[in-house]
Write a protein that binds this ligand. Structure first.
Ligand SMILES: *Cc1c(COP(=O)(O)O)cnc(C)c1O
Length: 458
């Protein structure tokens, strides 16, 4: 028979206690946090959907590996296992371990960037952009036209606009292009997938112009699921083979292991070019640690080696993508405006459409994040004018293009009943939709204000 219920393809061996709270308690916690969920303590939260980064639950095999971690300074067996797993996946002979993704980005983009250089991407993730701009270079996003339409359904909304890429290489001069970075899946664009055909076209353009092609591979396994099920010709291939095929197109890759390596900390840089690898390795040893551990313990590297195998297991990936879609489709069914189709790791709610009575100057996304916490103890992240808003010369808000709230799903952490509870909370919010009020900012730092800003209801 065909079962409708998505059961988690794992049993629970160790549990982590969740403290249940009442709405009155949460009202006090939220006030104390000055209406910024980032300032809540984690034990005040019932379901934490703030991020999928570093929040995965590890398997018994990973925990078993933790005990076997080899903490030798040089040439540890745990490093050799991690290195072998990455070489096999990426077909890159040179692998540099780092403490997380942004450290790998810093090593590479600082090396190849600098003043006058330009980078192109489907969308630069915020740490990617920050590292590029920090080097003095310019980061230009070239998402496909479908990717910009929240209501339009398309199988590969994460694609890079190859026509624009060709135009831009012409305009800036190939010699000034430091790299083209394909982010899979496209995190900032809603966790939307990138097709193999798109990756091939990007690779061909880069090759023609002698430009370095880098994969930001944080969610390469989730992306492989979409290719197998949505792109012609990939039915018969395994998820791992699809990932290997995509890696093989690139000259190198950066990856935060906190996503699809199913661990709480780690990352790597993998390269095909020896000269570039040596330059990055020199800085790695100065800033992160010796070249056979980067910033990692032996046990971390052991867990990454195991996680990079487990993430490609068909039952896991099927559950992962379908359970994220389960939440998104249920919200869509309730008439809650979400970005469609649902991406791999998160559901994005359009708060401006949900709270159309709250003007963007009063941050409807912040309102929704606060309401979800108040009614259900659910923590999530505003991705709108709190995060990306700017001010003009008269101090008037220049709003972000969209007012979104992101529900990011940690890997292997919550069960379907937790997700049903989230859906139920949204249902309750529909009944009090008109009562939600906006917010004003009472304190903000000059950079990355969403982390520490304070608010007051208006
Ligand atoms: C998380 C992430 C990074 C940065 O990795 P960290 O481990 O957080 O430093 C880079 N790119 C993408 C697409 C990411 O999602």
């Amino acid at each position: 028979m065909h079962h409708k219920t998505i059961i988690e393809p794992f049993r629970i061996k160790v549990v982590e206690h969740i403290k249940m709270t009442t709405e009155a308690e949460r009202e006090a916690f939220l006030k104390k946090a000055q209406y910024n969920p980032f300032l809540l303590h984690s034990n005040e939260v019932i379901v934490d959907l703030l991020t999928d980064s570093g929040t995965s639950a590890m398997s018994s095999n990973q925990w078993g590996g933790i005990m076997q971690g080899d903490e030798s300074y040089a040439g540890a067996s745990s490093w050799l296992r991690m290195e072998a797993a990455i070489k096999d996946l990426t077909s890159c002979p040179y692998v540099l371990p780092t403490h997380q993704g942004r450290a790998a980005e810093h090593l590479l983009y600082n090396q190849i960037g600098g003043k006058g250089k330009v980078f192109f991407s489907n969308t630069h993730f915020d740490t990617t952009r920050a590292n590029i701009e920090f080097s003095g270079a310019t980061a230009i996003d070239l998402p496909s036209p479908e990717g910009k339409e929240t209501a339009v359904s398309h199988p590969f909304k994460g694609n890079l606009d190859v026509a624009k890429l060709a135009e831009n290489i012409e305009k800036h001069g190939a010699e000034n292009v430091a790299a083209v970075i394909l982010t899979v899946t496209n995190n900032s664009g809603g966790g939307q997938p990138v097709s193999m055909a798109n990756a091939k076209e990007v690779a061909a353009i880069c090759k023609k112009h002698g430009i370095l092609f880098i994969l930001d591979a944080c969610r390469i396994a989730e992306n492989a699921w979409f290719i197998k099920h949505r792109e012609e010709g990939f039915d018969e291939k395994t998820y791992r083979e699809i990932a290997q095929e995509m890696f093989a197109l690139a000259d190198g890759s950066v990856m935060s292991a906190k996503k699809d390596a199913l661990v709480n900390m780690g990352g790597f840089l993998a390269l095909k070019d020896l000269d570039l690898a040596i330059k990055c390795r020199t800085v790695l040893i100065i800033t992160e640690g010796y070249s056979t551990y980067g910033g990692l313990s032996g046990r971390d590297m052991e867990a990454i080696a195991v996680g990079l195998q487990e993430v490609f297991e068909p039952d896991y990936l099927d559950y992962r993508i379908k359970s994220t879609a389960y939440l998104g489709n249920a919200l869509n069914g309730l008439g809650i405006p979400v970005i469609m189709p649902i991406g791999g790791h998160a559901v994005y709610v359009d708060a401006k459409a949900f709270y159309h009575h709250i003007p963007v100057e009063q941050f409807p996304g912040q309102s929704l994040a606060c309401q979800l916490y108040l009614k259900g103890g659910i923590r999530c992240c505003e991705i709108g004018s709190v995060m990306f808003g700017k001010y003009d010369e008269d101090g008037k808000l220049i709003p972000a293009p969209m007012e979104l709230v992101r529900l990011a799903i940690p890997r292997r952490v919550y069960t379907q009943s937790h997700i049903d509870y989230v859906i139920e909370t949204f249902k309750a919010l529909l009944d009090v939709q008109e009562q939600a009020t906006g917010f004003k900012i009472t304190y903000e730092p000059p950079f990355l204000r969403h982390f520490t800003a304070r608010f007051e209801p208006v």
